[in-house]
Design a protein around this ligand. Structure first.
Ligand SMILES: [Zn+2]
Length: 188
């Protein structure tokens, strides 16, 4: 009789633990998608625009990209849902000055951003592999070892970031308004 009661108490405690775990995971997913992802995305956008700007300036063309770190979250979601065109990913410059350059230089300007995104993807993938290899040597003691949890969290965040970079590269390569679309219409 006593044993049965103890079993019930244990089961209840185990259930509470399970519920807590689900709540933590849900809170983490919410936080990572709604708060962390926009900032990660904007970090790579910032370097994408900076890459365009650096090449433009190396040819003596004035370029401007105003980073806006305050409105990152609302701007990110208006972009995702296509509500309005956000100014997050825009470098302004004089198009007529670009038209005076030769095709190789123009190509360099328009592909600089995509190259920056690909570099991000490469770095993140290498980091992802190494951080997971670490587990092989660490030999976790329990299923929910704190190192395993930490690496799972990092995996998820990096994975989301790579997904965003892949989808923005696809748009840049395929949309008329993307970098390659603009380059082709400028050169033809
Ligand atoms: Zn671009």
């Amino acid at each position: 009789m006593m044993q049965k009661e103890a079993g019930k108490v244990n089961e209840a405690a185990e259930n509470r633990k399970r519920i807590k775990r689900v709540i933590y995971v849900a809170a983490f997913l919410f936080l990572s998608i709604f708060y962390i992802l926009p900032y990660l995305t904007y970090t790579s956008i910032y370097f994408h625009e900076k890459a365009h700007k650096d090449v433009l300036e190396s040819y003596g063309i004035k370029a401007e990209h105003k980073p806006d770190w305050i409105w990152v979250i609302p701007n990110f979601y208006s972009r995702v849902f296509g509500i309005e065109k956000s100014e997050l990913a825009i470098t302004t410059f004089n198009l007529n000055e670009v038209k005076k350059l030769n095709p190789v230089q123009i190509k360099e300007i328009y592909t600089a951003g995509i190259i920056s995104d690909l570099r991000f993807m490469l770095l993140l993938s290498v980091y992802l592999i190494f951080i997971n290899l670490f587990l092989l040597f660490k030999k976790p003691k329990a299923q929910f070892d704190k190192y395993v949890l930490l690496i799972l969290v990092i995996d998820w965040i990096i994975f989301m970031w790579i997904l965003v970079l892949v989808s923005s590269t696809i748009s840049n390569l395929s949309y008329t308004e993307g970098d390659i679309g603009k380059l082709v219409s400028l050169l033809s």
